[in-house]
Design a protein around this ligand. Structure first.
Ligand code: DP6
Length: 431
């Protein structure tokens, strides 16, 4: 896997040439906006839809928005009278939208466009595009991720959040109630609604209102509140998952009694516990709830008929390593969580990040250059002397790792919501 992040570090927003889209120079004015949006990794999982039509969940969920300096989707939205139809490019290639993608795409474009403002010229203060005129201009959207798509690193969350944020900037859209943009992003991909805010974010399931306008994301605390939180992501597979989240949830909702029980009787209490732990910066409680919720989500996958297996043997070995580490430390220093794929996200605190990374590098050895996205942290971890007692405990309880079990490691932290970028970052090039 190439690590674009490494060579992007000097110019974090320079668009890689392969993702630039060339278009003929338009004959009428073109309007554009480019944004960057983050991924998020849930501590309390969203699994199961209450309404497929509105794309709403059967339970609340909560996640940390990750730093866009490490993982991001960048999207340009452009519109022009001279375009003949709406078009979408992902990672440099035009996408022929199937019915499901088209429904998600339309919900975002039409939803945000309905909230558009008039465009006013900065200098003359004249209206250059009226609100209603936007509808007469097809949109062209180009987007890329700086990490593997569909590898279970929440690329759809970042992608749809970037789509919505780019359209908000393009149309200068205004919310009619707080959280309305997140309700629109939710219709692109559920988890995307949480990527519209920074820090820890809750998605309130809603359901009191008939149109589900109360199923929205809400910031819990911003990224500055618990600045010490870190994430170490172990990419176990960079291949597309076998069972998509949408399909998996559908089967789980119809067959798993455990999922029904979880949504009604487990998640409400866990949401309270984790929000309290975050407010009080209590890593012990935060870590325990996070691990238990990941385990229960994967248990509901096993309880689905036919069962769904997202975690593999490498994922399970990471679980054991984390428990051995915490037992040795006599406190929770790392907490794992797994989404709809085998990749492990380990939450920790800044003071344990190097120790944890040193442990990871010892048992999941490097496969080559660029294995760790952050070369400084890698160096510190390589030089870190793990305590003999820890090494002994891990060796006793965990099998010897094969090189290649883990493909790459991302070290990152919490970060802000979507950012507007300048025109120099546009993914479109007019020739
Ligand atoms: C396991 O948001 O990808 O990552 O709404 O069908 O697009 P759709 O699903 P998606 O599901 C994410 C599921 C999860 C848990 C989570 O992020 O909360």
């Amino acid at each position: 896997m190439t690590n674009q992040n490494e060579h992007e570090q000097d110019h974090p927003h320079q668009v890689p040439a392969a993702f630039k889209i060339q278009l003929p120079t338009p004959s009428t004015p073109i309007h554009s906006a480019t944004v960057s949006a983050p991924t998020n990794i849930a501590c309390i999982k969203y699994w199961g839809k209450a309404s497929s039509h509105y794309n709403t969940p059967i339970n609340d969920s909560l996640s940390l928005t990750l730093d866009q300096a490490d993982l991001r989707a960048v999207t340009t939205a452009s519109c022009c009278k001279c375009f003949t139809e709406d078009k979408l490019w992902l990672n440099g290639k035009e996408v022929q939208m199937n019915a499901s993608t088209l429904k998600r795409f339309r919900a975002c474009v039409d939803g945000i466009r309905a909230l558009a403002s008039d465009k006013v010229d900065d200098i003359t203060h004249q209206i250059v595009v009226t609100r209603s005129e936007w509808e007469t201009m097809p949109v062209h959207i180009a987007s890329y991720n700086n990490f593997p798509t569909a590898a279970g690193l929440a690329s759809s969350a970042a992608g749809y959040a970037a789509l919505v944020a780019s359209l908000v900037a393009l149309y200068d859209a205004r919310e009619e109630y707080p959280g309305q943009f997140s309700a629109i992003a939710r219709q692109g991909s559920g988890s995307a609604c949480r990527s519209l805010y920074g820090g820890f974010v809750a998605w309130r399931a809603g359901g009191e209102r008939e149109d589900w306008s109360d199923s929205i994301a809400e910031p819990v605390v911003d990224e500055m509140h618990w600045e010490e939180i870190r994430a170490v992501i172990l990419v176990v597979s960079n291949k597309e998952k076998e069972t998509s989240s949408t399909k998996g949830m559908e089967t789980s909702v119809t067959t798993s009694r455990l999922l029904e029980y979880r949504a009604k009787h487990v998640v409400p209490q866990r949401m309270k516990e984790i929000e309290k732990a975050i407010q009080e910066k209590d890593f012990e409680s935060f870590g325990k709830v996070t691990m238990m919720d990941s385990n229960q989500f994967h248990a509901t996958c096993l309880d689905t008929y036919p069962p769904i297996f997202y975690m593999n043997d490498v994922s399970k070995s990471v679980v054991t390593m984390v428990h051995v580490y915490n037992e040795w430390a006599e406190e929770i220093r790392a907490a794992y969580t797994f989404d709809a794929g085998p990749n492990a996200v380990l939450y920790t605190l800044e003071k344990y990040q190097v120790e944890l990374l040193a442990l990871v590098l010892r048992y999941y050895p490097e496969v080559g250059e660029g294995y760790v996205n952050n070369s400084e942290l890698r160096k510190e971890a390589m030089e870190f002397a793990l305590e003999a007692g820890l090494v002994e405990a891990v060796e006793k309880r965990c099998r010897v790792r094969d090189i290649g079990d883990v493909k790459m490691v991302y070290c990152t932290k919490g970060g802000p919501g979507p950012q507007t970028l300048g025109d120099q970052c546009s993914l479109f090039e007019f020739v």
